[in-house]
Design a protein around this ligand. Structure first.
Ligand code: PHE
Length: 433
């Protein structure tokens, strides 16, 4: 449940629709699904294998398994990724709080598409409000981690996830019945393969890793708590299936509605926040739906934020020999600083660009499209080439008690298929051939 909690979050409901929208729709979706199946699920299993085998947090897990100068440091890359991800993730998580507030205060009711866009633009570029919500979100995450309320969060996830599913399905039905919905469905499901470029493939791969929380050590850390009888292939597949399902549902909610209200799908990070208010506006009891939806989305982001926070806190506590409390405080302070910078980069600091991107976009790009795939690449090469095959087979089959037909194929994926694919996708983007 906790792994699903980490995987399902803004990546599915905010990032997936906007990436799909910017990268041509169905063609992107197909490559994304292939990436989940071919690279995502095996990498997820690989992380779980390392986590349960070492029973250590991600930075230590690699050091525990090898003295190799490169591979022993893969965990650090993950720690850095988690920190940078939190920088922009906390900002978007903060937006969900603003939208919860807007749904009860009535700001959001009956906006046209243009008004809703203007509303979002004014809010997200405001020098104070988004920061207020972001800081509040970071403090909430911090308190949950400190208060040991985590048990409570786990319990909450147990009803939150099913509720989120039900709500998403209801919203899907609502979206498909909107006039002009078919155009949106065509965009999402009717591929135009001419749209595939190296950028589309890189984005799809990045989205797969981001959405499954891979290549950053999160799943290693979570799996370090697994019992020896947890069935890794089964657990990894379930997490991936649920995660993908939530993304698909989000797509079915957003695109028919966007087309129906005349919102262009390639808007970028504001797509969902511009489209959703229009959806709720035409629903009976729209404000109530909106409130419940954004509350669930806020909770889903908290469960992801906790997983990100945990990786960095565990590392700092160990490395600097600090108590967990102090380490968590250090991490939360860093996240607050980073997220203030990210938030301001969408407003007053928008002129400052690196490689044509503002800080917010840059952090998203660097983590999802470079660091996470790179972390996964190194992880697969490490497990495939530096760890004895028997060790992997033992771990993945629970010491032979749960034989798995595909165990050998899994090792081949780690050794050859995934490293080659990630390398080709990187090389292609860098126009090396
Ligand atoms: N997978 C999370 C989501 O989809 C984001 C995340 C990325 C969480 C990396 C942890 C690590 O929202």
């Amino acid at each position: 449940m906790a792994s699903v909690g980490s995987a399902v979050g803004l990546g599915n409901i905010w990032r997936f629709p906007y990436e799909t929208g910017q990268n041509g729709g169905a063609a992107f979706l197909i490559i994304y699904l292939l990436c989940v199946i071919v690279m995502g699920i095996p990498t997820l299993m690989a992380e779980m294998t390392i986590g349960r085998k070492t029973h250590a947090n991600s930075a230590r897990a690699f050091r525990k398994m090898t003295k190799h100068p490169l591979f022993s440091k893969v965990g650090y890359l993950g720690v850095l990724s988690c920190l940078l991800i939190m920088g922009f993730y906390a900002v978007v998580a903060g937006w969900t709080l603003e939208y919860m507030w807007e749904s009860v205060s009535g700001v959001m009711t009956n906006l046209t598409a243009e008004q809703s866009e203007a509303n979002f633009r004014v809010f997200s570029s405001h020098p104070f409000m988004p920061i207020f919500w972001t800081v509040l979100m970071s403090i909430m995450t911090h308190l949950i981690i400190l208060g040991g309320v985590q048990k409570g969060i786990e319990r909450a996830s147990k009803w939150m996830m099913p509720m989120l599913f039900v709500l998403l399905i209801a919203l899907c039905i609502n979206s498909i019945t909107l006039s002009g919905a078919s155009e949106g469905l065509n965009f999402l499901f009717k591929p135009d393969f001419s749209k595939i470029t190296s950028k589309v493939v890189l984005s799809a791969m990045g989205q797969a890793f981001f959405s499954l929380s891979l290549g950053a050590g999160v799943m290693i850390t979570y799996a370090s708590y697994f019992d020896k009888d947890v069935n890794i292939p089964h657990t990894a597949t379930t997490v991936a299936l649920l995660d993908t399902l939530v993304a698909l549902l989000a797509g079915i909610i957003i695109f028919p509605a966007a087309f129906s209200f005349g919102i262009t799908p390639d808007k970028g990070p504001n797509l969902v926040f511009v489209t959703l208010p229009n959806i709720f506006a035409q629903m009976p009891w729209g404000a109530v739906w909106a409130f419940i939806f954004f509350a669930l989305l806020a909770l889903a982001s908290i469960t992801s934020l906790i997983s990100l926070h945990q990786v960095v806190t565990a590392y700092i506590a160990e490395e600097l020999k600090l108590s967990n409390r102090k380490a968590a405080l250090v991490v939360t302070s860093m996240v607050i600083v980073l997220s203030i910078i990210c938030s301001l980069s969408l407003g007053v600091w928008n002129e400052f660009k690196i490689g044509g991107m503002c800080v917010f976009d840059l952090m998203d790009y660097v983590t999802a499209k470079i660091m996470m795939p790179l972390g996964s690449l190194l992880l697969c090469i490490f497990l495939g080439w530096k760890v004895k095959k028997e060790t992997i087979l033992k771990e993945i089959t629970n010491y032979g008690t749960r034989p798995w037909r595909l165990a050998n194929a899994f090792v081949v994926m780690l050794k050859y298929v995934i490293p080659i694919l990630i390398t080709i996708i990187f090389a292609n983007e860098l126009q090396l051939f």
